[in-house]
Ligand binder design. Structure first.
Ligand code: MN
Length: 293
């Protein structure tokens, strides 16, 4: 982090590793390992580290609550929910999905075992995904393949922006599909502060629809988001199988050290040029794989 803020460093206070000041925040890192973000828009800086998967616990003094919580009764009414999969995995695409659920389907979906996809085994994900599709539940699924992902990343798109555009596209597709059907609105499984999501949309001349809401861990509360998480996950797993067949190596999920070793194995077999077709090459894993070559 100190390296990252090298151009913004200020005098280091006692017990601190460094202090940096950016236009949006003052960042103080302590020897205890805690990092404090203060200032007029600390979430801008917090987000950079949250996306990198390095945050833990309380790090911001300013409250990160927002005004985009769904209204009372929303979760038990007709609504659309969206979620994504594959964002933390080195190999494979990012998949997103939005699903429309009718009030009278909520109980049935719960009984079927629709829940947060992270709580379901890969085999059951496939079964539940098939069941949802057979129910003809309105949904929209999008796959951001690695070639396109890497291209956008090189154009300066953050993963957050990619996710925002994908969620937006899926939600709007479902809205069109169900035109006229009753809906209390759309719930997004929150992956960044709503203001940042809205800013991402704005950079591509899109706007947030009225009745769009955000909740963290929304798949635990909304059956529509849970169903979207299942369909997105099933699609990600199928893509991983397809890519594994294509390269003739079983690809690993996640971004662990074993992934680093696997990258090295793939480079030895097929060369580096194959990576943009199967992986999110900006992940630190690409460099870490060099140790195993
Ligand atoms: Mn999610």
């Amino acid at each position: 982090m100190k390296k990252y803020y090298a151009r913004h460093l200020e005098a280091t206070p006692q017990w601190a590793v460094f202090r940096a000041k950016t236009p949006s925040a003052t960042i103080t890192a302590y020897t205890s390992g805690k990092v404090l973000f203060q200032g007029n828009a600390p979430e801008t800086e917090v987000k950079k580290w949250a996306e990198a998967g390095t945050t833990s616990g309380k790090q911001t003094k300013k409250s990160v609550q927002h005004n985009y919580n769904p209204p009372p009764d929303f979760l038990t009414s007709n609504h659309i929910g969206s979620d994504e999969s594959g964002t933390g995995d080195y190999f494979g695409p990012v998949t997103t999905c939005a699903v429309y659920v009718k009030e009278e389907q909520i109980e049935l979906l719960k009984e079927m075992g629709i829940q947060d996809s992270k709580a379901i085994t890969d085999d059951n994900i496939e079964l539940l995904s098939t069941a949802l599709i057979e129910m003809e539940i309105p949904y929209s699924l999008m796959i951001l393949h690695n070639e396109k992902y890497n291209h956008l990343q090189q154009q300066g798109w953050s993963q957050g922006k990619m996710k925002a555009m994908l969620h937006d596209a899926c939600l709007k597709n479902v809205q069109q599909k169900i035109a006229g059907a009753p809906s209390e609105g759309m719930l997004i499984d929150q992956f960044c502060q709503p203001e940042i999501y809205i800013r991402h949309l704005g950079t591509e001349n899109r706007r947030l629809d009225a009745q769009t809401y955000f909740m963290t861990k929304a798949e635990h509360y909304s059956i529509a988001v849970a169903a979207a998480s299942v369909l997105a996950r099933a699609s990600f797993l199928r893509e991983m199988d397809r890519l594994s067949d294509w390269i003739n190596v079983p690809l690993r999920k996640g971004a662990s050290k074993q992934v680093d070793q696997l990258i090295a194995e793939i480079i030895r077999k097929h060369g580096r040029d194959v990576l943009p077709n199967i992986a999110k090459v900006h992940f630190a894993n690409t460099k870490k794989a060099d140790k195993f070559l």
